[in-house]
Write a new protein. Structure first.
Length: 281
């Protein structure tokens, strides 16, 4: 039987992300950036460069002329877009899809993109950097990828346990592994030297606030809410998808009127549709 210690040991043995990706993640909150220097570092990684240029030249962006360099891609798409593309491509490349009964990698990424889109839209209400929120939303379920790809037999037991008990996935993971994808993801985020606030958000995205508690205005709050709303909107297409509960304190923190909710849902669905065209080809 795989234990929580076995899982964490495997996390620590995983290869590091390319150094340039770690550096890109550390620039989330920086305003004074030397984009030319960062572009030069991205260009040193041929695989990342090829993937990024392919995406920049995809029909999604509809550019009139062909993009042939990372510097040009940054000029026409913006540094934030390139950073997100490079990070997403690198993380996806770190986890090759495998055969696990009941688990669909495309639907996993569709949920991740939905959470990222929703987090980006929610972020200004909580005075959180939208780009940081987007990246944290995209990566919040990293731990699931570790468990599915490195403990596939046990993860099939997780999914069977979930079906038998008609629950969300975290209790099933706890029952089989003694830990959850949130804890595993936080360990991997730390191993990959993600910014501290992203590590904290990954660790806490399933935590519940007491109903009489004031929800904090921070990145974790944004990712908690975005994850639940992405599940509720069923943008992954996952059959029998269950939305984790959202506490009364969180509803109060969101404090949106009907028109505001409609706008949030519409913007999330639109951004999700567009991003899936380039991130889940």
């Amino acid at each position: 039987m795989t234990s929580a210690d076995d899982v964490i040991k495997r996390v620590r043995d995983l290869p590091s992300l390319p150094a340039v990706v770690a550096e890109l993640l550390m620039t989330m909150e920086q305003e004074d950036l030397d984009t030319h220097a960062l572009a030069a570092k991205i260009a040193l990684d041929q695989a990342l460069t090829a993937k990024t240029l392919r995406l920049a030249n995809s029909s999604f962006y509809g550019l009139q002329s062909k993009v042939t360099s990372i510097t040009q891609a940054i000029a026409v798409l913006g540094f934030h877009s390139i950073r997100t593309l490079v990070t997403a491509c690198s993380v996806k490349a770190s986890f090759a899809p495998c055969s696990v009964a009941g688990f669909d990698f495309e639907r996993f990424w569709r949920h991740a993109i939905a959470s990222a889109a929703c987090a980006r839209i929610l972020a200004p209400r909580f005075e959180v950097n939208p780009e940081t929120a987007f990246t944290a939303g995209l990566l919040h379920d990293l731990g699931t990828l570790v468990l599915v790809t490195h403990f596939s037999v046990d993860y099939e037991k997780v999914m069977a346990w979930q079906g038998q008990h008609d629950c969300t996935i975290s209790p099933a993971e706890e029952a089989v592994f003694g830990t959850s994808h949130a804890a595993v993801g936080a360990a991997l985020a730390a191993h990959w030297k993600f910014p501290q606030q992203i590590c904290v958000a990954v660790a806490g995205h399933h935590e519940q606030l007491a109903d009489d508690c004031s929800a904090p205005s921070d990145l974790t709050t944004v990712i908690m809410a975005a994850n639940v709303l992405a599940h509720a909107l069923d943008l992954s297409g996952q059959q029998n998808d269950q939305a984790p509960p959202l506490s009364l304190a969180m509803w109060r923190a969101l404090d949106r009127g009907d028109k505001d909710w409609d706008s949030l849902f519409s913007e999330t669905e639109h951004l999700h549709r567009d991003l899936c065209q380039i991130l889940t080809p």
